[in-house]
Design a protein around this ligand. Sequence first.
Ligand SMILES: Cc1ncc(COP(=O)(O)O)c(C=O)c1O
Length: 452
Amino acid sequence: MTTPPNLPALLAAERQRFLDQHPRSLALARAAQHHFLFGVPLHWMRDWPTPATLFVREARGVTLSCADDLNYADFCLGDTGAMFGHSPAPLAQALAEQAARGLTCMLPAEHTPEVGTLLAETFGLPMWQMALTASDANRFVLRWARAITQRPQLLVFDGCYHGAVDDTLVDRDPSSGATLRRPSVLGQVHNHHAFTRVVPFNDLAALEAALSDGQVACLLAEPALTNCGLVPPAPGFWEAAQALCQRFGTLLVMDETHTLSTARGGYAKAHGLAPDFFVAGKAVAGGLPCALYGFTAEVAERMRAAKNAAPEGHSGIGTTLAGNALTLAALRAALTHLHTEASYGHMLDLAGRLEQGLSHHIATHGLPWTVTRLGARMELQFMPHTPRDAQDVVDHAQPELESFTHLFMLNRGVLLTPFHSMMLLSPSTQVADVDRLLAAFDALCVTLSPGQ
Ligand SMILES: Cc1ncc(COP(=O)(O)O)c(C=O)c1O
């Protein structure tokens, strides 16, 4: 489907509707401009397709209320940070208890061994280290991988996002296959493309070619691409890709920051894969800043040897607040009360209901769109098939339609993730929330159906 010819007029109407309904957010947006760049604490908070920033008063469970006292059913969930719902009660309680008992000491809190046991049981790897963000965790794993393999190269998939990690902020030239500097990245002076290789997702021949000279320290990958639309792995892809990594002595790093939504313990565990490293952040401690990376006993042995062989001094790994007592308390509560089979059972059931409802409306209205689902996460894609790789997503991109969809849904009380229409279900999501989304989506389909 080409973009509907009346889309600019429809978008203008939705923008006006937002402005009319949000006078208080508008006033706050103006006030925040005085001391915050772009009027927000972090510049990409302005990248939502709303004509002004939406300011949050409170978020509990999956209900977010804005400064104008409007309520939203939240399917964005902080782009996965709040995947277990906003401020789950056991987490809030653990934070309140720890808050009065010391926040950070540069020493491990006494429940550290218990947290280690919970991590090993939940994610299936025996050894762990902590960071504060998934970006940091990836950065540190990359250092370890290069240190222990003594190889310089990193391999990533085209369309990847692993956080603010310079080495991974590269693109693939579609004609030559060469690694390119990602043009949007600010202040990039280092020639990272000399040490990062990029291959298309789901392309085993390209993967083998990139690994075959034995120079690649690690393949850093999401099990499914989730940051350029949702691109699932083809059947058998990961089994074969893992075998290739093993054959060429390349470490496999699974960044499960988003794919934790697949099942308890993440995608790799659910599919019987055996990565050398596992990375998670965002929701892992219920949304409190926390990230971690796990690794096998064999990798741990190699890490010990590399550290012991290095001279005294900075390792380039670690930040002062990583592993602090507050984070550890949150992680303990999250592993005990949130990463449960009951949580995932609820999320997956509701995800099935949502997927079915979306597909039904798409079919009823004869729209050439697709819903792609991975566990409790799904995406509405404005293309007639599930994408195979990042280039497929780029070839079918309809940014105006995405912005319109996002704003249309928001104006009807439903928050989707901006940039791509991602919807995430949490243990707090109720059938009524799903039905609210589906009713708004039906109205969207009516508005955009051919012949309207
Ligand atoms: C797969 C993946 N890894 C890492 C990150 C970085 O997370 P953070 O921004 O919390 O450092 C993201 C962020 O979206 C992500 O999607």
